[in-house]
Design a protein. Sequence first.
Length: 142
Amino acid sequence: MIKSANFSELDTETLYKLLQLRIEVFAVEQKSIYQDLDGRDCEPETQHIWAEHEGVPLSVLRVLKGPGDSSQIGRVCTARQARGNGLAARLIELACRENPGDIWLHGQLYLRSWYESFGFITESDEFAIDGIPHIAMRLSRS
């Protein structure tokens, strides 16, 4: 089941589980130690989108509001046992449908072609975030 909510609509157990999945993937699996809890999750316009099964989040992302109609997708991750089932793709598609302006993201380099399949184009040279190669990408709606 796909769900979407802003911070004020999340109950504490759901928020805990969403953050737990992000830490599991980014900090534990990818060994990327950074301040995941950056204050942006609780901004009133931040949209949390996730796929869950029997109350357990399997894939998650967040959409931050940018200037004008623009948005930024981030914190895209899927639990190891749920990968390859198209969950993250469904979340990206929903995020793109629900956010009308240009959409930006910093994607891991190895996922470039996957993001391109949704219409994103590369907007930067490669750069590292915590030692992991990334690129800035944009889905233009103008």
